[in-house]
Design a protein around this ligand. Sequence first.
Ligand SMILES: *[C@@H]1O[C@H](CO)[C@@H](O)[C@H](O)[C@H]1NC(C)=O
Ligand SMILES: *[C@@H]1O[C@H](CO)[C@@H](O)[C@H](O)[C@H]1NC(C)=O
Length: 363
Amino acid sequence: MQSTFALLLLVASTLAAPAASDCTGTISSMGDVDAAVKCTTVNINSFTVPAGQGLTLNLLDATTVNLNGDLKFGNVSWAGPLFTVSGKSITFNGNGHTLDGGGPFYWDGLGGNGGVVKPAPMIKIKISGTYKNVRVLNSPARVYSVSNPAPLTMTGLTIDNSFGDLPNSKSGGIAAGHNTDGFDASTHDLTISNSVIMNQDDCLAINKGTNIAFTGNTCSGGHGISVGSIDSDATVNNITISNNKIINNDQALRIKTKSAATGSTVSGITYSGNTGTGIKKFGVIIDQSYPDTLGTPGTGVKLSGVNFIGTTNTISVVSGAKRVAVNCGSGSCTGSWNWASLKVTGGSAGPITNFNGITGFTQ
Ligand SMILES: *[C@@H]1O[C@H](CO)[C@@H](O)[C@H](O)[C@H]1NC(C)=O
Ligand SMILES: *[C@@H]1O[C@H](CO)[C@@H](O)[C@H](O)[C@H]1NC(C)=O
């Protein structure tokens, strides 16, 4: 009896003792990082990360990060990333502060296809938990690459690369920003919500992964919301794209699979309540001929269960654009697809090739 009591006291005192990590670390320069990440509260003040270096936060489980000022990253041509954050059950509060990628220093209209080497992705997110209220200004090229170890919600984010729509002295008259994908996700159990993305490439690109929701976001100026491009041996399943506004993009909603890909499966893609306006090329395009557009489709990616259900998806395309195009490989699109909640207006009808399983929709 007495020993049980002593044991209970011991347990109670152990529980009450603060852990060594129960502290607040403050980062105001690179030299502060190693000590700060030993604490489960990390406050980041405004500073400039030196050119050619990335800020990397390897956080303890259940850390709360507070961004309390804006961060800049020195300008120099290198591969990046500029910022990497990893850890489990993290709460990352951006508090509306800005990560300035210095894009205009790098932009030459070529993105990742040439010119100077640009830090890409700008930011690698390798946390579970929540990442919120962060503003990214002027990324050199791709913005977020997401590979969360467990469920993650990214919400209330802004990506403002709108200045990259303008040509500059190096871009030969075309938009200076290029390959500025908002989110590249090859992951599982990810929700991206209530965010604003102004860029020159895919708003979201899902290369593989399961249980991904993209909801309540605004995509402006880029290439739309994309599943793909899908390469070999990829599985994509249970993707929900809902209640997004897609404004002045090349396409609103796209699935692109590589013509050369083999052994891949894409299924369970649900679109609900999305709106598209000023869409320049295709309202909806499902194309198995990537990197061509409506070229010779491959048959190595099995595509099924692509549905427009629930709240109507309303898309208007400009004159000269196609409303809907579906380009399947022979036999590689299967099953019955319910498109009852899709309305596309403007432009002209696109081709539907090698598939007659669409129900509830005519162009
Ligand atoms: C990098 O260059 C861009 C474009 O000139 C500028 O906006 C940004 O402030 C520069 N960054 C730093 C850290 O000086
Ligand atoms: C599909 O993904 C969502 C998250 O977007 C998740 O809540 C749901 O449980 C998943 N469904 C299945 C059957 O795994």
